[in-house]
Ligand binder design. Structure first.
Ligand SMILES: Cc1ncc(COP(=O)(O)O)c(C=O)c1O
Length: 347
């Protein structure tokens, strides 16, 4: 299929001409020796943005999350996270394989739990139980349909973590999508979390890369783990340049993605084959089809019309708006979706 309208994820974007130019002109060096000025600049920029001491540039958000879990815990410890969280569902069982931790899942509201969920799941200090050590929050929550956390609840969780000696990590793969909606600043998040993972390759539109941000001692350990995980790169300044460009140019435009996601959901809500749509809070739309068995046929109809979407569990579909989806693409998608209502998609 040539040039499909690809709504499967915001990871599918292509670098813009401006981003490509920044990449081509990057000053580089060997980052394993600490010699790459562009990587160093990106790390300093990310740390400053969150008011933290340091940051380390990694190939992926899976790696930044996995490194954070590894540094914060010891084998046999327990991590509290939501049942919908990416670290639990989509990182290949890495928490258990890389860090030897057990996981306590809590059932929040579309990925968002409360301080009471945390307090009710801290194990007693008793040799029978794994030692509760880390809480992980995902904002926005992907499997929750791009749901946005309230910072007041995060603050309550932060205070509880401090009181009970737990570390708090943010999977902020799409944090700037959340901040776009709330108007909060990254500095406010830097104050609340021991570590922050921020993806440059999702809504921000860079081809590769995630930042892990924290204090100096944490990042020193994180660098050791990045090497151990095979994620230390050489002239990665070419990629880091895309990350700097993304932070400088692609944050403000995220509201356009949110507007288009809301418009898509409005169209979907009027269609007879759509059963339910999760509330749209950012750039993700998750919806369920009336006929649970029709997802494959539905996706095939769209594919034949040059549109790609993602199956997201039985009878469920996820679409994500991003940098490469403008109003023209949006209109075409809406038209195709509306025309489908005349077709029995269970055929
Ligand atoms: C919430 C969340 N965290 C982490 C990741 C992992 O990022 P990566 O694909 O760069 O490993 C993703 C990827 O989609 C994500 O949605």
């Amino acid at each position: 299929m040539k040039n499909p309208i690809d709504l499967r994820s915001d990871t599918v974007t292509h670098p813009t001409p401006g981003m490509l130019e920044a990449m081509m002109n990057a000053q580089v060096g060997d980052d394993v020796f600490g010699d790459d000025p562009t990587v160093n600049a990106l790390e300093e920029k990310a740390a400053a943005l969150f008011g933290k001491e340091a940051a380390v540039y990694c190939p992926s958000g899976t790696m930044t999350n996995q490194i954070a879990i590894r540094v914060h815990t010891s084998p046999g410890d327990e991590v509290i996270c939501d049942a919908l969280s990416h670290i639990y569902h989509y990182e290949g069982g890495g928490m258990m394989a890389n860090s030897g931790v057990s996981v306590r899942l809590v059932n929040g509201d579309r990925g968002r739990f409360t301080v009471n969920d945390v307090l009710n799941n801290i194990n007693p200090d008793d040799v029978h139980h794994p030692r509760t050590r880390l809480v992980v929050i995902e904002n926005t929550c992907n499997k929750g349909g791009g749901s946005v956390w309230h910072i007041e609840e995060i603050r309550r969780i932060y205070l509880a973590c401090r009181h009970h000696g737990l570390k708090l990590h943010l999977d902020g793969a799409r944090l700037f999508n959340a901040l776009t909606e709330t108007g909060e600043k990254p500095l406010q998040y830097g104050e609340l979390f021991d570590s922050v993972s921020l993806c440059l390759s999702k809504g921000l539109g860079a081809p590769v890369g995630s930042m892990l941000i924290g204090d100096m001692a944490f990042i020193k350990q994180a660098r050791r783990m990045r090497k151990l995980f095979g994620g230390a790169m050489r002239q990665s300044g070419f990629l880091a340049a895309a990350g700097i460009y993304a932070l400088d140019h692609h944050i403000r435009r995220l509201k356009e993605d949110h507007r288009r996601a809301t418009a898509l959901a409005q169209t979907l809500s009027g269609l007879p084959y759509v059963k339910e749509i999760l509330p749209v809070e950012s750039n993700i739309v998750v919806f369920a089809l009336q006929d649970q068995n029709s997802a494959d046929t539905f996706m095939e109809h769209l594919r034949q019309n040059g549109i790609l979407v993602l199956g997201f569990g039985p009878g469920k579909i996820r679409v994500i708006t991003h940098l490469d989806i403008g109003d023209e693409e949006l209109e075409k998608v809406m038209k195709v979706l509306s025309n489908l209502s005349g077709i029995a998609i269970t055929e």
